[in-house]
Design a protein around this ligand. Structure first.
Ligand code: HEM
Ligand SMILES: [Cu+2]
Length: 673
């Protein structure tokens, strides 16, 4: 083997060598990289900002935007907790309290938790599967802009005094006859608007996962995070139509007297609940599955062991996705449905705890047999396990219909779903941020700062939400804006409120830790954690084209098996691995990741932004009731889409690639001790 002396290579290459990259590989990558830099160079400044289709920039934007929405919804929560800290308090009016909890719930679910996952999906997934971009980069930009504009649309309702005020599940008739102002129009239109983004974003992630994986990455070598995002995206495609239908019907009822939900005219009020929860229950897993995927990524890395029982975790992930569509009625046990229905849904709800249990055992077993190092990411992953078990246990309790009927619509429910959603989504997401931060920004984060962040947030979480179980069992209903000192709930509410301030402090500390890293953080090497998946085999942050030489995958843990570096050196001259002629990416087969052809990828364009602006125009015009103008804006949007479809990426018809031999099927090797 020839050895290359680090002193006769350019400084950037020498730096990578000093950081532990094998010299032959650094030199190979630099040679290919020079040609690719010119091809993939990005427009600087504002124009580049508005026209980019790069999945990493879009992914980071998703994360930043979702974080801002989280802070807004969190501020609403703090106002609510301040109001409830003392009995007979007068910080907010009852009407404003209704708007606060409705917008808080709606925003947390739709504009924070789901898109935050899309952010990780966009940034991490293409890197993890070893491709150069998403399958549809322009669609990706479009889904981001629509997410941003629909979020702004939803949040402006609050300063206008017209925020949704019928709870996040907006039951009719409260959301219909009894709410004549624009509040619920913001809700129905805002969610329909956002659903456009979520739908195209999910389809993009599905196609990317199935068609863009690196050569050799057969389905059984696909990282668990990728499985989780794939499952989540498929679930969204099935779960959104009922929600969209419901919101469209609500809008038609409210504006045009359609009476879908009006029993006096042949409609059905319970229909809303069925449609809403047919979306709403799977949505819990739509949020939590990717979070579990993050945990399944973090735990093996910091326990220094491959995940235990990989095939079972995959089955549990996909199984959860399927079963979750069969349990929605447990949100409606108090509605008065038939006994058969109650029994069936009660049993189904008990069943869904099984796959979650399988994942738990896989994580605990992996840590048990590994050597655990204490990092912020790992602490957040473990914190998730604790909180999710708490939330899961109370969740299974609700599967018992008689218990459910006692505690339904009490604070016990509020406690339960915050353990699931806050514990189950916010903690792993913070873990994911600490884990992928060096890759996203090229800077390391302070370990001590991160540990402080965890301690404060975890303590705050428990102090805020644990007492709610007790106030709930003592009879405190949810969605009340105040209570009397005689009710006996004062102490528990005071504790919850103190906890929410502690949580707030935890988030401020977390922000400071990340800001400190951006300003003064140590430069991150390619692979600071000695991790197992492909995103760590390229620069931090990665170049616009992700991988100078598209990696080849031989196992589930390509970086631990050590041959990924050799494959880069071996393939440095293969055109289908380097693709230096243009913006190009590889298309591979769905099951076993064989190369099919080289695809032309589009470059920067303004079209997605223009489409999003016209769509925003029609939503706003529908809101104010200018239907003709809304139609015109919609037609302009359709015309822009036509222009977009008509333009093909300027490139010659891609040559098809001869079929490569099937990937080797040797067993996954474990890490060297
Ligand atoms: C940041 C810390 C948080 C605090 C202090 C907090 C606090 C609250 C409070 C006080 C309520 C009103 C309860 C009531 O009066 O019935 C509430 C409702 C709710 N929260 Fe949170 N929350 C937090 C985070 C989250 C997160 C991360 C999510 C979801 C991802 C979430 C989802 C919801 C939902 C869905 C509701 C129900 C709204 C409704 O009743 O329509 N919350 N929260
Ligand atoms: Cu449910």
């Amino acid at each position: 083997m020839t050895t290359i002396d680090a002193s006769d290579v350019p400084p950037a290459t020498a730096r990578r060598v000093r950081e532990g990259v094998r010299p032959e590989r650094a030199v190979a990558e630099a040679a290919v990289g020079a040609a690719l830099d010119a091809q993939w160079e990005e427009e600087p400044g504002l124009k580049g900002f508005l026209t980019t289709v790069n999945h990493k920039r879009i992914g980071r934007r998703y994360l930043v935007t979702a974080t801002v929405f989280f802070m807004l919804a969190g501020a609403e929560a703090l106002v609510m907790r301040t109001q409830l800290g003392q009995p007979d308090n007068g910080v907010v009016s009852p009407g404003l309290y209704d708007e606060l909890f409705s917008l808080h719930g709606t925003a947390m679910i739709f504009f924070f938790a789901t898109p935050m996952n899309a952010g990780f999906g966009n940034f991490v997934l293409p890197l993890m599967i070893g491709t150069r971009d998403m399958a549809f980069p322009r669609l990706n930009a479009l889904s981001y802009w629509i997410f941003l504009f629909s979020g702004i649309f939803m949040f402006t309702s609050l300063p206008l005094g017209m925020a949704p005020n019928a709870g996040w599940f907006a039951y009719v008739p409260l959301s219909n006859e009894y709410s004549p102002e624009l509040n619920l129009d913001f809700y129905s239109l805002g969610l329909l608007f956002l659903a456009v983004s979520t739908t195209i974003g999910s389809i993009n992630l599905i196609v990317t996962t199935l068609k863009m994986r690196a050569p050799g990455m057969s389905l059984n070598r696909m990282p668990l995070f990728v499985w989780a995002i794939l499952t989540q995206s498929v679930m969204l495609v099935f779960a959104l139509p009922p929600l969209d239908t419901a919101n469209l019907m609500l809008f038609l009822d409210r504006r045009f007297g359609a009476r879908f939900f009006d029993p006096n005219h042949g409609g059905d009020a319970v229909l809303w609940q069925h449609l809403f929860w047919l979306f709403g229950h799977p949505d819990v897993y739509i949020i939590v599955l990717p979070a579990m995927g993050i945990v399944s990524t973090i735990i093996p890395v910091f326990a220094r062991r491959p995940i235990l029982a990989y095939p079972y975790v995959v089955l549990a992930t996909v199984g959860t996705g399927i079963i979750s569509f069969g349990v929605w009625v447990h949100h409606m046990f108090a509605v008065g449905l038939s006994d058969v229905s109650l029994t069936f849904f009660s049993a189904a709800t008990l069943t869904i705890s099984i796959p979650a249990g399988i994942q738990m055992f896989a994580w605990i077993g992996t840590m048990w047999r590994g050597r655990v190092s204490v990092t912020p990411a790992m602490l957040y992953a473990i914190g998730f396990i604790v909180a999710f078990v708490m939330g899961g246990v109370t969740g299974v309790m609700f599967a018992v219909v008689t218990f459910d009927q006692q505690v339904t619509d009490s604070y016990f429910v509020v406690a339960h779903f915050h353990y699931v959603l806050f514990g189950g989504a916010v903690l792993p997401m913070l873990g994911g941020l600490f884990y992928w931060w060096p890759k996203m920004t090229g800077r390391m984060v302070s370990n001590v700062g991160g540990i402080w962040s965890f301690v404060l947030v975890f303590a705050g979480l428990n102090l805020t939400f644990f007492p709610m179980h007790i106030s709930g069992l003592l009879g405190m209903p949810r969605r009340i804006y105040t209570y009397s000192p005689d009710d006996g709930w004062t102490l528990w509410n005071l504790l919850s409120t103190l906890g929410s301030y502690l949580l707030g402090a935890g988030f401020v500390v977390t922000l400071l830790v990340f800001a400190q890293s951006l300003l003064h953080g140590r430069r991150a090497p390619d692979d600071p954690w000695e991790a197992n998946t492909l995103e760590w085999s390229t620069g931090s942050p990665p170049k616009p084209y992700n991988f100078p030489v598209v990696p080849t995958v031989h196992s589930l843990n390509p970086l631990w098996d050590g041959d990924s570096t050799q494959s880069i050196i071996d393939h440095r001259d293969d055109p289908e691995r380097t693709m230096t002629d243009h913006h190009q990416a590889l298309r591979t087969s769905e099951l076993d990741g064989r190369i099919e052809r080289i695809m032309a990828m589009p470059g920067e364009t303004m079209q997605p932004l223009i489409v999003a602006i016209f769509l925003t125009g029609s939503v706003v015009l529908l809101l104010v009731g200018w239907y003709v103008a809304a139609g015109v804006s919609f037609a302009l949007m359709a015309a822009t889409i036509g222009w977009w479809m008509w333009q093909r990426p300027e490139i010659d018809e891609p040559e098809s690639i001869h079929d490569l031999p099937r990937p080797r099927r040797e067993a996954t090797r474990t890490v060297a001790p």
